[in-house]
Design a protein around this ligand. Structure first.
Ligand code: GLC
Ligand code: CA
Length: 542
């Protein structure tokens, strides 16, 4: 397989609203990010995935774009963004733009035109349908943010489709001019010297609403090939698609370089393991480590050389991993390091979400008035109406809500964690006095330096990038695997639990401990006692 730069870097996701406020209005901004580039360079990352910074009325924090070629005033100006791209480049960091082209804001000029009349030239840029015979919604399609996916438009007496909020009308990818307008916009960004795109809910663009098909529609791959050919295909860029419905087979279609679509996709099979099958993300069930191991092993082996994995625990839509599957109490640092070592020594491109590298945790709320995220708010209303007890809904929001990831980045122990001198748009997690960047940098044993070392290991050891993967047979709560490359063998051993565990690999000769979350001298794995959350990677003699 040909080798690409994006196979050897680690990507860091910045959620601009919550990263760093430079002017005291309580909202993170582009100058704030620029001020922290040295910090990110120290961590060692090769690219930043920048969540949307385009002009937006912020119904869904920037994932509702009203102008793709303008910067949100709260975040700064186009000149600021050009400066960010240039200053990042000087530090060997590329900027990956978040491309939201399944839908726009209803305030986008295209939609403002489209809703004027049935024969407006932009009408067909969006998805419209007549009412059903009884005058109601055209069919049963549901919005991710609760309720019907159809919104009635008085002027033309038709419904338009919105798979997210009614302020996020879906674009009609069957329209050729619309597609061309999107490609022109993408080329505008490529010409600015960006490093690539993260493609928001891209598996929805092939939708066939009449048949209630949303994900993985019949023309999806055709559109992506066309997009590749008209835009990034001619440049050395990273492209990563957000694809909730991908199986390994589908992921190969997207990411096999021979199909000329994307570099890789985010797949979410592991993310769904702590919800009740067939229900919503809010319907909780405990994670089974055995299931997690099977899912990871499947993706590691099945993509093989015909596709490329992305590796992540966190993003702006997911709860903090230490609170979710680690231990955010006594073993916060140990479990955080274990999760980092486990993930970063797998095959694929790892993503770090802001604050993950210092072990930020979920923020607990007691009342819906403390919640800002549209998804949680809509779910709350819907479930209150359906008769769920308040406490159960709040519990789901505390475990799974998106605000957990969006509390401001914790920089130091001063007021508001050093995020802003004003009033933060979303309350800071009260644990900032102990969990913050300044404290992490001052402690040689902190999680930050584990992440830094993992990035370093990846840079210096082709086995991390190219090695084969094999899951080792061990006790249920131990996640241990083997990587092999050109005669070299590494073992990565992780105790995924609060209890001591025993691993027994009597015929293993340890040559070197490469990284660990403790300070043990590990000389043999015969009947080895792992302490809670213990994690290490060792090089073994063949
Ligand atoms: C993606 C984004 C999420 C957003 C949704 C609609 O899932 O990650 O934040 O709400 O798409 O754009
Ligand atoms: Ca600001």
């Amino acid at each position: 397989m040909k080798q690409y730069w994006w196979q050897s870097v680690v990507v860091y996701q910045v959620y601009p609203r919550s990263f760093k406020d430079s002017n005291g209005d309580g909202i993170g901004d582009i100058q704030g990010i620029i001020g922290k580039l040295d910090y990110l360079q120290k961590l060692g990352i090769g690219a930043i995935w920048l969540s949307p910074v385009y002009q937006s009325p912020n119904e869904d924090n920037g994932y509702d774009i009203s102008d793709y070629q303008a910067v949100m005033a709260e975040f700064g100006t186009m000149a600021d963004l050009d400066q960010l791209i240039a200053e990042a480049k000087q530090r060997g960091i590329r900027i990956i733009m978040d491309l939201v082209v399944n839908h726009t804001s209803d305030e986008h000029a295209w939609f403002v035109e489209a809703r004027r009349s049935k024969n407006n030239p932009y009408r067909d840029y969006y998805v419209w349908a007549d009412p059903a015979k009884d005058g109601g919604v055209p069919n049963g399609l549901q919005s991710t943010f609760s309720g019907s996916a159809w919104q009635y438009d008085q002027t033309s007496q038709q419904y338009y489709l919105h798979l997210f909020s009614q302020k996020q009308p879906d674009l009609n990818w069957q329209n050729k001019e619309m597609r061309q307008a999107v490609y022109n916009m993408m080329n505008f960004w490529i010409d600015k010297g960006i490093g690539g795109f993260r493609l928001d809910v891209i598996d929805l663009i092939g939708k066939q609403p009449e048949q209630e098909i949303t994900g993985n529609g019949p023309k999806l791959h055709q559109y992506l090939q066309e997009m590749n050919q008209q835009t990034f295909g001619h440049h050395d860029l990273i492209t990563v698609g957000e694809t909730w419905g991908a199986t390994p087979e589908i992921a190969k279609l997207y990411s096999n370089p021979e199909s000329h679509e994307l570099s890789m996709v985010f797949q979410f099979e592991h993310v769904g393991l702590d919800e009740q099958p067939g229900k919503a993300k809010w319907d909780l069930q405990p994670l089974k480590i055995g299931a997690l191991k099977r899912v990871f092993a499947k993706w590691q082996t099945e993509l093989d050389d015909q596709g490329w994995n992305s590796l992540f625990w966190n993003n702006h839509d997911l709860p903090r991993i230490i609170s979710r599957w680690g231990d955010d109490g006594q073993y916060r640092v140990a479990s955080g390091k274990m999760l980092a070592i486990l993930l970063h020594l797998l095959k694929g491109t790892p993503y770090i979400y802001q604050g993950e590298e210092i072990g930020m945790t979920n923020r607990i709320v007691h009342d819906i008035s403390e919640v800002t995220d549209i998804e949680s708010l809509r779910m709350y209303d819907e479930r209150i109406k359906a008769g769920y007890p308040k406490a159960t809904i709040i519990e789901s929001i505390n475990v799974k809500g998106r605000d957990n990831a969006r509390t401001p980045m914790q920089w130091n122990q001063t007021t508001n964690a050093g995020f802003t001198t004003g009033k933060p748009w979303l309350a800071v997690n009260p644990n900032y006095e102990t969990i913050n960047v300044e404290a992490a940098l001052a402690d040689p044993d902190s999680l930050f330096y584990t992440y830094q070392k993992l990035i370093e290991l990846r840079k210096n050891n082709p086995i991390v990038i190219w090695g084969s993967f094999e899951l080792l047979t061990t006790a249920e709560m131990i996640f241990a695997y083997k990587r092999c490359y050109q005669g070299e063998t590494w073992l990565v051993v992780n105790n995924f639990s609060n209890q001591a565990q025993i691993i027994d690999l009597p015929d293993v000769k340890i040559e070197q401990v490469l990284i660990q979350n403790g300070h043990e001298s590990i000389t043999s794995l015969a009947n080895y006692h792992l302490s809670p959350w213990q994690s290490f990677a060792v090089k073994v003699a063949n």
